[in-house]
Design a protein around this ligand. Structure first.
Ligand code: DGJ
Length: 543
């Protein structure tokens, strides 16, 4: 009976915590790798993160410091992290730096590292050992699993209601480097086995056979073999976590950027092109998460927001069966981080965003994060159902959105002719925002460095390109009406553009009206580069 009651209580807690999580957005930041290795540093860094406006901090848990002697756990760092976070009202996402961190096994304890016989390493085809514990070794798995389970158990006791620890990252950027496939004896044995039926079914493959027979023998086939085995390994940890202390779980991936081939990038990790293998091998993992450092922020996010929006089916992401909510645990911390956050939440209804090593970033780099998070924490009170994200740079300057006949032409602020920063030779800061549709002719725009005009669809179709002078008027001779045909249909005008704040009940509080020069006499709504605002925009139709 007592057991039944305790199961019911834990089910109730799990239900409540997931329900809480549904409306919670991670306005996060990840600490640099060595930031949480001493109690003093934890006590110094967490209040600083709070002051930056984060609601969640991603904090490493280091296996080597947690289990310095085999079987003896030391949770001092974990405890201090949770206690300080609780005092500050911060949420924590622990990062399990267990068997692998950025492919390597550098965070494994000394007793593990030294015992190569018990804990074998990956071998290249040439027989060179790499400092990567082999995922084919049951000893490796059991040691990792034991430590990780002890961590979960400890967190369950320390924070049973999940008031502080809200999600777990398992390992960090798993992947093979130097060699696309493990060639150690245990790995070779597995390679000669039949491809498991679960995977054959998940991938809808028609034939059965060994890995080489089903997938071939190139680097990409090797990568699939490793991805499956890494995923199965992770599933053991994820399942244990679920049983001990259920909460959302994710794995993160280093991107396969710059045309690199498997073995050149950390291959076989939870990459978008391996998502179906990872989801089949590790069904207890909720989220596959991209660490985005390279150029192409929009395209990486689209690949991890699965299934894609219908209008984006032509993009390179994975649609279909695989489901994945976008969460960006790592992103380069820079002056553009803030607008990228606005984009991720607006366009993909992301669960969270988190610049990496935010504790080491300069105020110049963190300012945009603080400003964006201050806006986001307000707009989330509107519980946006229908939103878009904007993100522009010097090359990618315009996006046209047709919202049921309301055509929004959205551009980088520097496309306006009057800001001298656009032409002073410096690289443009990115502009980005979130547009929320509240109702017909009723929108909220929140962000920085964007300008939007609104037209009816028919008006847009009849639009003539005009070159504007720096005063905003058409250049002489570009306004010839002789060639224009008769205008048909109606037009949209700005009824009002108000700068607002939004309170916790979702009520907008008026700050000031934007009209006259601030809306180019009713032609557009805009937020300058460097300014961060929420604009409430109402439209009307006229003939
Ligand atoms: C990605 C890793 O996940 C981080 O821990 C850190 O090593 C960064 N790369 C460094 O850029």
């Amino acid at each position: 009976m007592q057991r039944l009651i305790s199961i019911l209580i834990s089910l109730l807690i799990a239900f409540n915590s997931n329900a809480q999580f549904k409306d919670f957005h991670i306005l996060g930041g990840e600490l640099s790798n060595s930031a949480a290795t001493s109690v003093d540093d934890i006590e110094e860094v967490l209040p600083r993160m709070k002051r930056l406006g984060l609601n969640t901090v991603l904090v490493p848990v280091y296996w080597e410091l947690m289990e310095p002697i085999e079987g003896q756990m030391d949770f001092a760092l974990v405890d201090r992290t949770i206690d300080v976070a609780r005092e500050l009202g911060l949420k924590i996402v622990p990062l399990w730096f267990g068997a692998w961190k950025n492919s390597m096994s550098c965070y494994a304890p000394a007793w593990f590292k030294r015992d190569v016989k018990r804990f074998p390493r990956v071998k290249t085809a040439e027989g060179k050992p790499l400092e990567i514990a082999s995922c084919f070794s049951d000893n490796v798995l059991q040691a990792d699993l034991k430590a990780f389970s002890a961590l979960m158990q400890h967190i369950a006791e320390k924070d049973p209601q999940r008031n502080v620890v809200i999600m777990m990252q398992i390992e960090n950027e798993i992947g093979m480097l130097e060699s696309a496939r493990d060639h150690s004896p245990l790995a070779e044995k597995a390679y000669r086995q039949q491809v498991p039926l679960t995977l054959i079914k998940a991938l809808d493959i028609k034939k059965q056979g060994t890995w080489a027979e089903v997938f071939g023998t190139d680097n990409y086939a090797d990568e699939k073999f490793m991805a499956w085995h890494y995923a199965c390994y992770v599933e053991h940890l994820a399942k244990a976590a679920r049983q001990i202390h259920d909460m959302p779980l994710y794995v993160n991936a280093a991107m396969n950027s710059r045309g690199r081939k498997p073995g050149e990038y950390p291959s076989a990790g939870p990459l978008a092109h391996l998502a179906d293998i990872w989801k089949a091998g590790a069904p207890s993992i909720d989220i596959l998460a991209p660490d985005i450092y390279d150029t192409g922020f929009k395209s990486w996010t689209a690949q991890y927001a699965m299934p894609l929006r219908p209008q984006e089916n032509g993009a390179s992401g994975i649609g279909g069966k695989v489901k994945n909510r976008l969460f960006i645990p790592e992103s380069r911390c820079c002056e553009n981080s803030g607008v990228r956050a606005m984009y991720a939440f607006g366009e993909h209804q992301a669960l969270g965003f988190s610049p990496f090593a935010i504790d080491q970033a300069s105020p110049k780099e963190t300012t945009s994060v603080t400003k964006a998070y201050a806006l986001l924490s307000q707009v989330f009170h509107l519980r946006p159902q229908n939103s878009w994200g904007l993100l522009f740079d010097q090359e990618d300057r315009e996006r046209v959105i047709d919202d049921e006949g309301v055509v929004m032409t959205c551009r980088h602020y520097f496309t306006l002719p009057w800001d001298s920063r656009a032409t002073d030779g410096s690289t443009w800061l990115e502009g980005g925002a979130m547009i929320i549709r509240l109702g017909k002719y009723d929108y909220v725009l929140a962000g920085s460095g964007v300008v939007i005009d609104f037209k009816t669809r028919t008006e847009k179709q009849q639009e003539q390109q005009k070159k504007l002078g720096e005063d905003g008027f058409a250049e002489a001779g570009t306004n010839s009406s002789s060639s224009a045909s008769q205008f048909s249909g109606s037009r949209l005008g700005l009824l009002s553009v108000d700068e607002v704040t939004i309170d916790e009940h979702g009520q907008m509080q008026f700050l000031r009206r934007h009209n006259g020069d601030q809306s180019h006499q009713g032609r557009h709504a805009r937020i300058s580069v460097g300014d961060w605002k929420i604009l409430h925009i109402k439209l009307y139709e006229y003939r």
